[in-house]
Write a protein that binds this ligand. Structure first.
Ligand SMILES: [Zn+2]
Length: 150
């Protein structure tokens, strides 16, 4: 058996052991609103890993685990905790980027509202052409564009 398969089995076992605990916790807090955002889920999974680490430490102290098993399991848990930590940092950053983009879009919309594209407005009929044009799309009047400073 490859070591990586052993690690996967160990992780699978950890999840299997943790699941009933999580289910019991969820049942106990059924009246509370459940936070199901990916970020909250990552945080919850990280807490489970930390719980497992504590259990592992306890079992090792109690002499139920060989030092080698303890070390390799501990490395697994630490690795999982690190990747979960990185994933939630990524999710956090994504959330910030989203908020930033939304603000940017809102700011641009406000700007557009305050400053109508004068260059596209027909001096003859006042029609606001949606794109830069040489002739008004409504009445065909030639539209002279303001010279942009170059
Ligand atoms: Zn026009």
């Amino acid at each position: 058996m490859f070591p990586s398969i052993a690690i996967l089995i160990a992780l699978g076992m950890a999840v299997f052991v943790a699941m009933p605990l999580l289910a019991r916790e969820a049942a106990a807090g059924a009246s509370l609103p459940v936070d199901v955002t990916p970020l909250a889920d990552l945080k919850r999974r990280r807490l489970v890993v930390y719980e497992n680490l504590k259990d592992l430490e306890f079992e090792y102290q109690a002499g139920k685990l060989a030092a080698q098993d303890y070390q390799s399991l501990k490395q697994n848990y630490l690795g999982e905790a690190a990747s979960l930590m990185a994933a939630s940092q990524e999710a956090e950053q994504l959330k910030e980027t989203d908020a930033l983009l939304e603000r940017e879009i809102a700011a641009r919309r406000a700007l557009r509202k305050n400053q109508p594209p004068q260059d596209y407005v027909c001096p003859q009929c006042g029609f606001e052409n949606p794109v830069p044009v040489k002739f008004c799309g409504e009445c065909g009047t030639r539209i002279t564009h303001r010279q942009s400073p170059t």
